[in-house]
Design a binder for this molecule. Structure first.
Ligand SMILES: Cc1ncc(COP(=O)(O)O)c(C=O)c1O
Length: 352
C-alpha cells in the first residue's frame, strides 16, 4: 500500500490541532437532547451571529444539516431548484427527494461554473402556473452552493448571491444555502460570512472542512425555523448528548482557523500555477479547490494522472473529467513545496 505523504484529497483530512484537543478535554457539557449543552449553545449562538441569523442547530455532518433544512422547507409534491452537480443533488444519495420529498430541477451554470444566473430563476418562475392544479408540482425552494465543490470551489460573489435570493423571494420561494465552504467564499471576497450568504433563509456551514475541526456542521436560520428543524434532527437520529466535546473543537476552529482560512486559497493558486507550468490544464482557483485535467490531446486521462500521483504518495481524487486537489490547514508552505515536487516528478515519469 502506498503511503500518502502529502494529502490533497480533501480539506476534511485535517487532524484536530493540539488546542482543539485541549478544549475538547476541558469543555463544560450537558445533555443536549433533554435540554441544552452549554458549549453547543455557545457555538450555536456564535455561528448564528456570524451568519446574521437568529439561531443555529449543531449537526454531525453537512449532509444531515442540508437534509434537515430541506425537510423543514419541503413537503412531498414540492419542487426545489439547485445548480447542476450541487452536493444536495449528486452527493447525498438523493435524500432531498426520497426523504425530504422534493423533486429537483437542475439550474444551469449560466453565470459561471457552479453559479446560475438570475434569469435562470426568473425563467422557472415565469413557467409556473399562477394557480397550479392540485396535481402539479409546486416550487418552494432554491438551494444554492457557495463555494461550489464540483465546480472547483467557484464562488457566488455576494452582490449576485443577494440578487439570486431576491429573485427566489420575488417568486415566493425560500432559499437554502449549502455553505459547507462559505468561510472560504467570504474570505476570498473579503466580506463577512453573513454578507457572503446573500440573503439566504437557511444556511449550512461546516467546521470539519477548511476549519479543521474533527466533526460538525451547523444549520442557521430564524428561531422558528430552527425549532422545527430540531424535531427533524431528532427524527434522523442526530440528537447528540454531551456534544459539547465536539462543539469545543469547533469554537477553537472559529477563533484560530477562520482568521487564516484565506491562506488555503493563496496556496491553491500557487499549486495551480505549478501544475500549469507542467503543461496541465489548471485554471486559477477561486478558493481552495484545484481542478486539473491533462488538457486537450494529452496522451493520458485524468484517471491515469491521478493514479500516477497517488503512486507517488500524493493524495488526490478524480472529479468528473478532472483531478481534484484541495489545500487545507495541514498543508503549510513546506508541505506544498514537497507536494509540488512529487507531482512534477510523477508527471514527468508518466510522460516518459
Ligand atoms: C458543498 C458540500 N456540501 C455538503 C457536504 C457534506 O458534508 P459532510 O461530508 O459533512 O456530510 C460536502 C462534503 O464534502 C460538500 O462539499
Amino acid at each position: 500500500m502506498v503511503v500518502i505523504t502529502v494529502d490533497f484529497r480533501s480539506d476534511t483530512v485535517t487532524q484536530p490541532s493540539a488546542s482543539m484537543r485541549r478544549a475538547m478535554a476541558a469543555a463544560p457539557t450537558g445533555d443536549d437532547v433533554i435540554d441544552r449543552d452549554p458549549t453547543v449553545a455557545e457555538l450555536e449562538s456564535r455561528t448564528a451571529a456570524l451568519l446574521g441569523q437568529e439561531a443555529g442547530l449543531f449537526m454531525p455532518s453537512g449532509s444531515m444539516s442540508n437534509l434537515v433544512a430541506l425537510m423543514t422547507q419541503l413537503r412531498p409534491g414540492d419542487r426545489f431548484l439547485a445548480p447542476r452537480h450541487a452536493h444536495v443533488l449528486s452527493h447525498e444519495l438523493g435524500t432531498a427527494a426520497w426523504i425530504a420529498g422534493g423533486i429537483p430541477l437542475e439550474l444551469p451554470w449560466s453565470h459561471a461554473p457552479g453559479v446560475p444566473a438570475v434569469a435562470d430563476i426568473e425563467a422557472v418562475a415565469a413557467e409556473e402556473s399562477a394557480q397550479p392544479a392540485y396535481y402539479e408540482l409546486v416550487t418552494r425552494l432554491v438551494c444554492l452552493e457557495n463555494s461550489h465543490n464540483h465546480a472547483g470551489g467557484h464562488i457566488i460573489e455576494w452582490p449576485l448571491a443577494q440578487q439570486l435570493s431576491d429573485a427566489a423571494h420575488q417568486a415566493g420561494w425560500q432559499v437554502h444555502l449549502d455553505g459547507a465552504r462559505l468561510w472560504h467564499a467570504a474570505a476570498a471576497q473579503a466580506v463577512s460570512p453573513a454578507q457572503a450568504a446573500g440573503g439566504a433563509d437557511s444556511v449550512t456551514v461546516c467546521f470539519s472542512k477548511g476549519l479543521g475541526a474533527p466533526v460538525g456542521s451547523m444549520l442557521c436560520a430564524s428561531r422558528e425555523f430552527i425549532d422545527r428543524a430540531r424535531r427533524w434532527r431528532k427524527a434522523l437520529g442526530g440528537g447528540m448528548r454531551q456534544s459539547g466535546v465536539l462543539a469545543a473543537a469547533a469554537l477553537v476552529a472559529l477563533d484560530e482557523e477562520l482568521p487564516r482560512i484565506d491562506q488555503d486559497r493563496v496556496r491553491a493558486v500557487q499549486l495551480a500555477d505549478a501544475l500549469s507550468q507542467l503543461g496541465l490544464d489548471a485554471p486559477t482557483p477561486a478558493t481552495n479547490i484545484v481542478l486539473v485535467s491533462p488538457g486537450p490531446g494529452a496522451p493520458h486521462s485524468a484517471g491515469e494522472l491521478a493514479r500516477a500521483w497517488q503512486e507517488a504518495g500524493v493524495g488526490c481524487l478524480t472529479m468528473g473529467p478532472a483531478v481534484r486537489l484541495v489545500t487545507h490547514r495541514d498543508i503549510d508552505d513546506q508541505k506544498l513545496a514537497h507536494g509540488i515536487g512529487l507531482l512534477a516528478a510523477a508527471t514527468e515519469r508518466l510522460r516518459r
